[in-house]
Design a binder for this molecule. Structure first.
Ligand SMILES: [Zn+2]
Ligand SMILES: [Zn+2]
Length: 293
């Protein structure tokens, strides 16, 4: 199919074009209509957050030069995966594949919050003291590598059309930059958008220092999984302007805003009460009743 050939030849420029295009739009939007005042200067944020992005991009190119698209071609050539096995209509295979890959990303996100060692990696994303377009791409290199391996596994099982993989990568990249942006969107528009896509106000709840809020709204792209699986939370208790972004225990700029600190962050500190098996499950009334006994 010639559309595959076009995509194979232009994959990198397509992805880069969308990345810089959407990054530019969101960066200007953040300056024109910001939601919150930043804690750390934009210069420090951008150099360090984009520094980790550059590092991750080079690392991925080095380790997996063919990337996810290469894996989709490999699965297709070998007849591996659901859609290389079934003869489903092309459009259906594309839609189902994009939705299924998004669901895997949701599950992965819940997992990295629940498993202590994985949370150590993922907290690099959460330790950002501010929330802007660069937060969306700020992940620890080890988490990036693990994500890629999970993506490969998903592609091998699913056998998605190559177009679906490219659409998904561009879409996820675009929505991650959109919903991490420090932009103000009128409430009624946010309400409408939330039925289709994760909005900045929806995902900001997930970046709260409050544990219950940080363990809500795991979706990156489609907003339905959180509603379906019970992890949806409408708004932060403190309000969007006053809420505190980041992680309680890690707030020193050297550790959370500068590149060397970010890279070392997964290895800092002891296991705390954050992890899922140490969390307080009882409601306050139940705790009192239990203690009274
Ligand atoms: Zn998270
Ligand atoms: Zn996030």
């Amino acid at each position: 199919m010639h559309i595959d050939e076009f995509i194979m030849n232009h994959e990198v420029s397509l992805r880069l074009g969308f990345f810089f295009g959407i990054f530019g739009v969101m960066a200007i939007w953040e300056i024109v209509a910001p939601r919150r005042t930043l804690m750390v200067s934009k210069t420090i944020r951008w150099t360090n957050n984009l520094g980790i992005v550059l590092l991750n991009t080079m690392l991925l190119r080095l380790l997996f030069p063919a990337a996810a698209v290469g894996m989709a071609v490999f699965a297709e050539n070998n007849g591996w995966g659901l859609f290389n096995y079934l003869s489903a209509p092309f459009w259906l295979a594309v839609i189902v594949s994009v939705i299924a890959m998004d669901f895997v990303i949701y599950l992965q996100h819940v997992l990295v919050h629940a498993v202590p060692a994985l949370w150590r990696l993922h907290r690099v994303h959460h330790a950002d003291l501010d929330y802007d377009v660069t937060t969306g791409a700020r992940f620890h290199p080890i988490e990036i590598i693990l994500s890629m391996l999970l993506k490969f596994a998903t592609i091998v099982v699913l056998g998605p059309p190559i177009v679906a993989v490219v659409i998904f990568e561009i879409l996820l990249n675009a929505t991650a930059m959109f919903n991490h942006s420090n932009v103000k969107i009128p409430r009624y528009i946010d309400r409408l958008l939330r039925w289709l896509v994760v909005t900045p106000d929806m995902h900001r709840v997930h970046h709260s220092v409050e544990d219950d809020e940080a363990n809500s709204n795991f979706g990156f792209n489609l907003p339905w999984w959180d509603r379906l699986f019970g992890t949806y939370r409408d708004q932060p208790r403190g309000g969007h302007e006053a809420m505190t972004i980041g992680i309680h225990k890690y707030r020193k700029p050297k550790q959370v805003s500068w590149l060397p600190g970010m890279l070392a962050l997964p290895f800092a500190g002891r296991i705390t009460g954050y992890t899922i098996n140490r969390r307080e499950w009882n409601t306050p009334e139940e705790t009192t009743a239990h203690e009274a006994r």
